[in-house]
Design a binder for this molecule. Structure first.
Ligand code: MRU
Length: 356
């Protein structure tokens, strides 16, 4: 596939008949653009678990549509409301078990389930209709909030800047635009040129496979580096600022994001480079007081030792440790760029203020 000639469709949508979740299968990128139409909650759970769809906002929207589809299926077999609600709760808990770290998953499912509860007494059919509207509103809300993040983010960067990003917090991690890459995409639409550096993001290579793919497709100058080259490109003066996303932001401003984010932040502080985290307020979790309260997903060691190699590259007998996320201390973050504006330290206060 020639990535310079493709236009990526929305990452997550509902098909025209409102009968299937449609996603780009991100495990097939950059080689092939494959769309999947998923109807069963088991398929949607598997797609989230295996990162066919990934990135905090995209997971949230997928789960919302997934719960609507589950509600529709339950309603085809059940008319008793109590039974409908109890089966819907089982589906919500099931979808929530797909991945533990990105709070948008739980945020979207709670919003959907509470919408269903608010329809009690109106009949199962009406509840399903309301869930369809709610899922579409979560999806539309994601597009709008990513655009706002992009506008705010653009005020922090300049035409011609060298910008480093980590993992993929771009359009492939949301419905459109993304968070960390939204300013780049919006700026590009307006004729601005940035030099974006993306690290590979071991072990699943979201930076090389996904960020580079969407940036190339949108005509952005992008350079791929290995994860261990970040210090060198910063030292060489190639990076004016760092833009990353978040899977969950604690009440004190600590950020949980893709493994390796904290290392990039520590290096940025060393070289006095601004380090910005871009995320919607739905990524803030006031129930997590500090970063360490957030559960970090542990994934299979085979992603490190086997997945991208013709044969296993680790000796038998060695243990592989594979946490998918890490915590970046609030003191390393220059600003949080949200869909409600840019906030700065002290984060406990500025977060409480913006979330009111
Ligand atoms: O494991 P992934 O690919 O789902 O991790 C994604 C990230 O860490 C992103 O940076 C984060 O979800 C923000 S996406 C706007």
């Amino acid at each position: 596939m020639d990535n310079t000639k493709i236009t990526l469709p929305d990452t997550v949508s509902l098909d025209d008949d409102a009968g299937a979740l449609v996603i780009i299968d991100q495990t097939r990128l950059p080689g092939e653009l494959v769309m999947l139409a998923l109807t069963k909650q088991e398929e949607i759970w598997e797609a989230i678990k295996t990162l066919r769809v990934r990135g905090a906002p995209a997971i949230g929207v997928s789960a919302a549509i997934g719960l609507y589809l589950a509600a529709k299926e339950i309603a085809s077999a059940v008319i008793d409301e109590d039974e409908f609600f109890s089966r819907l709760k089982v589906s919500a808990d099931y979808l929530a078990s797909s991945r533990p770290t990105a709070v948008n998953l739980f945020w979207a499912l709670d919003r959907m389930y509470n919408t269903a509860l608010s329809c009690a007494g109106q009949g199962v059919g009406n509840t399903v209709k309301r869930l369809l509207d709610e899922a579409l509103s979560i999806r539309e809300g994601d597009i709008a909030s990513c655009r706002r993040i992009g506008e705010y983010g653009l005020t922090l960067i300049n035409d011609g800047d060298g910008i480093l990003t980590h993992c993929n917090a771009g359009q492939l991690a949301a419905v459109r635009y993304g968070t960390a890459l939204a300013p780049i995409h919006l700026g590009r639409e307006r004729g601005m040129n940035f030099r974006v550096y993306t690290d590979e993001t071991r072990p699943l290579l979201q930076g090389m496979r996904l960020s580079a793919t969407e940036l190339v497709a949108n005509g952005v100058d992008v350079t791929i580096i290995c994860d261990n080259m970040v210090s060198q490109v910063m030292r060489a003066g190639l990076i004016r600022s760092v833009l990353v996303g978040a899977d969950r932001i604690a009440a004190n401003g600590d950020v949980c994001n893709k493994i390796g984010t904290s290392g990039v932040a520590i290096l940025a502080a060393h070289y006095c480079i601004p380090f910005y985290v871009l995320a919607p307020v739905s990524t803030i979790d006031l129930c997590s007081d500090r970063g360490d309260d957030i559960e970090i997903e542990q994934r299979s060691g085979a992603e490190v030792s086997d997945m991208w190699f013709k044969k296993r590259m680790a000796p038998e007998g060695a243990t592989v440790y594979n946490p998918a996320f890490d915590y970046t201390d609030n003191g390393l973050i220059t600003a949080l760029v949200t869909d409600r504006g840019i906030i700065r330290p002290p984060y406990r206060e500025s977060i409480a203020e913006i979330i009111k």
